[in-house]
Write a protein that binds this ligand. Sequence first.
Ligand code: SAM
Ligand code: DTB
Ligand code: SF4
Length: 324
Amino acid sequence: MSQAAPLTPPLRHNWQLEEVEALLALPFMDLLHRAHTVHCAHFDPNVVQASALINIKTGGCAENCGYCSQSAHHEEEIGLQREGLMALAEVRTAAEAARAAGATRFCMGAAWRGPRDGDLARVIEMIQAVKALGMEACATLGMLDAEQALQLKQAGLDYYNHNLDTSRDYYPQVVTTRCYEDRLVTLGHVRAAGINVCCGGILGMGESRRDRAGLLAELANLPEHPQSVPINLLVAIPGTPLGDSAALDIFEFIRTIAVARLLMPSSFVRLSAGREGMSDEGQALCFFAGANSIFYGDRLLTTSNRSTDRDRALFERLGLTAAA
Ligand code: SAM
Ligand code: DTB
Ligand code: SF4
């Protein structure tokens, strides 16, 4: 007698590019059905985790990421005002407001290639302040060495965000001041320090479906699946090298969310940047396909996010609740 397939098969770390491409190419309804089934086996599909985001240091970054408004390389085209590291009291006030609005995690982003030691000491105070409010703390500060990752862990940091952004092949089209391996090395330090990894990418940068498959395979084939997988839709910022990118078909975006759910069934998949321009129906399909986390609050880093009022209304209409 043949045995029924287990509902939650063991997590895989050996995905072949062709397998992932085949999943992306499934008929849309089949793909969503499969992804939703896997989602329900691992999570309550009506609960969405909400993270607030704050930019604690703005602009003047040494890296040349083509999507980013904060790179010093395209500063003149954008005209973004540089701002130094935010004061501790201001960060604490923002975290209190985010908690009052319903966010459970507070994510602090800094436009650095990596933190200097003096910077890190100040970020550590911010992490401690966020933790003292009873919130989870997340930071995204660029590249870390092993010692810096350990210091952040000791400070109580719950998550470190460090995205692979796209496939290994397409990466040099997006950024040339660092390489894929640099990202993987930092991710290794974060993992070794025992901090949860938040790692995903950006869609809609002119990459092919094969590149999207490549990104998902890289993420799923890491030694551990990232605990959190942010899938950003490019916010095309005028003046950035990718500011004129053609909009990605929303169904292609939803397919990628669904395949992220299939490959990394027990990870949180975050429907990240780009929600402001997305329809309610598009977002509802993302949640159905397995997205179960969002950035919540009126701002992302340098651009606006969908308003909390609109998010509350959408949750109400869909019967979704924010994770406590
Ligand atoms: N400097 C750090 C780094 O690059 O890791 C942390 C901040 S950086 C802005 C965090 C992430 O935001 C990037 O890795 C990228 O995936 C995402 N991001 C930045 N600009 C974006 C944009 N215009 N649209 C979508 N995602 C974006
Ligand atoms: C992530 O994956 N997306 C967030 C967060 N991690 C730090 C950033 C989105 C930035 C969107 C463009 C901006 O506001 O500058
Ligand atoms: Fe700097 Fe991060 Fe922006 Fe790249 S994405 S330019 S590393 S702030």
